[in-house]
Design a protein around this ligand. Structure first.
Ligand code: PLP
Length: 402
């Protein structure tokens, strides 16, 4: 038997570029090559102690049996309180579904709403998995571009121009991966104004980087009354609470969406891990403004962002924006396209990323994967020493291109 047995669904699925670059850099390391990995999308901080303790207590208390499909009621109630406390949003526990990471929460929603050919508008640069999730669910991603000149944010005019009778949803992400861009309240309101005119379009707001915002408090797209009843908020504990491996995400949205996700999850994965849920309960009860763990992480990210921007701006031809959130820089590197070191011609960001991996021993992610082939994504979720060394290596490697 060979791979012909595989479904079209899986054969047509693109591998996650971020995971692929991380896999390649692990391979280099296994061969004794000192690679600096700037391709990973997770905080390099450990989960705070009080949250880890909650997980340990859950084990000792034998909270190890099947949980309810949508998640423990206590956790969903705590999430409802968190949404009120941090975002001023009113959801009750029955509108909340806990899943295995925000990734799982997102695909649940698309599996529940999309029929063949239904369109989902996705601003680019986008997180790598968005279009593939829509494709997997039978939908059609409709990509609209937001360039670096507009801080990688889409204008309401562009969004409205992409709406067709087939548009089922708008998939929105702020603070954004890969750009770190954060929409202001007035920019969000302008988007809300567009969707107020189209009551049949669902808005999926991925707010997973909520807490990693260097300038202000997070503003949720769900906070605008005019569209509130059809916004699905997607969030979780992975990024802001340094809990990527615990795999807890959630949605809060219209009751019929939550009910549909529970139905799907009931046949597909069941409720997610009990120990992780108990740790997440402790995490969502944490008040962000008073958490020293979060404050320390934020100030470290901010310092590293400033350092990275300074260093990158010293490289000829690299253009950057100033990301306000998340932990990525997404420089435009198209200046180097068409150049060569005598052996390798750089035609696009895939070539450039492979060139940097092979010759600078630095792993970054090509912008193609995020719908912006002129850029590369550099994660600064690593130490200042490694950032400095990595950019030094990148600069030296790029100097060889002409
Ligand atoms: C924009 C965005 N949404 C969702 C996720 C998924 O989060 P989780 O690890 O909770 O599945 C990620 C993770 O990289 C992300 O960058």
């Amino acid at each position: 038997m060979d791979k012909n047995i595989l479904s079209d669904r899986i054969l047509n699925l693109t591998e996650s570029a971020t995971l692929e670059m991380t896999r390649l850099s692990r391979e280099f390391k296994a061969n004794g090559i000192d690679v600096i990995t700037l391709s990973i999308g997770e905080p390099d901080f450990d989960t705070p102690q009080h949250i880890k303790d909650a997980g340990k207590i859950a084990i000792d208390n034998n909270i190890t049996h099947y949980p309810p499909v949508p998640g423990f009621l206590e956790l969903r109630e705590a999430i409802a309180q968190k949404l009120k406390r941090d975002n001023g949003l009113d959801f009750n526990a029955s509108q909340i579904v806990v899943s295995t990471g925000a990734k799982h929460s997102l695909i649940n929603v698309f599996m529940c709403i999309l029929n063949q050919g239904d369109e989902v508008i996705i601003p680019a640069p986008y997180w790598v998995s968005y279009p593939e999730m829509v494709n997997l669910s039978g939908g059609t991603p409709v990509i609209i571009d937001a360039g670096i000149e507009n801080d990688f944010k889409v204008t309401p005019e562009k969004v409205e121009a992409a709406i067709t009778p087939k548009t089922k949803a708008f998939l929105f992400n702020s603070p954004g991966n890969p750009t770190g861009s954060v929409y202001s309240r007035s920019e969000l309101e302008a988007l809300a104004d567009v969707f107020a005119k189209y009551p049949d379009i669902l808005i999926v707001a991925d707010e997973i980087y909520e807490y990693i915002n260097f300038e202000g408090k997070h503003e949720s797209l769900a906070s605008f009354k005019k569209i509130q009843d059809r916004v699905v908020v997607v969030n979780g504990v992975s990024k802001g609470m340094a809990m990527t491996g615990w795999r807890i995400g959630y949605i809060a949205g219209p009751q019929f969406i939550a009910t549909a996700c529970i139905k799907l999850q009931g046949q597909y994965t069941s409720g997610t891990g009990t120990i992780s849920q108990m740790a997440a309960l402790e995490a969502v009860k944490t008040i962000p403004e008073t958490s020293t763990d979060l404050k320390n992480m934020l100030s470290a990210f901010r310092e590293r962002r400033d350092l990275l921007i300074d260093l990158v701006n010293d490289i000829p031809g690299m253009k950057t924006n100033v990301p306000v959130g998340a932990f990525y820089l997404f420089p435009d590197v198209s200046y180097y396209y068409g150049k060569s070191d005598g052996n390798t011609i750089i035609n696009n960001s895939n070539d450039l990323s492979m060139y940097l991996l092979n010759y600078a021993h630095v792993a970054v992610v090509p912008g193609e994967a995020f719908g912006s082939p002129e850029c590369i994504r550099i994660s600064y979720a690593t130490s200042k020493e490694l950032i400095t060394e990595a950019v030094k290596r990148i600069k030296l490697a790029l100097e060889k291109l002409s």
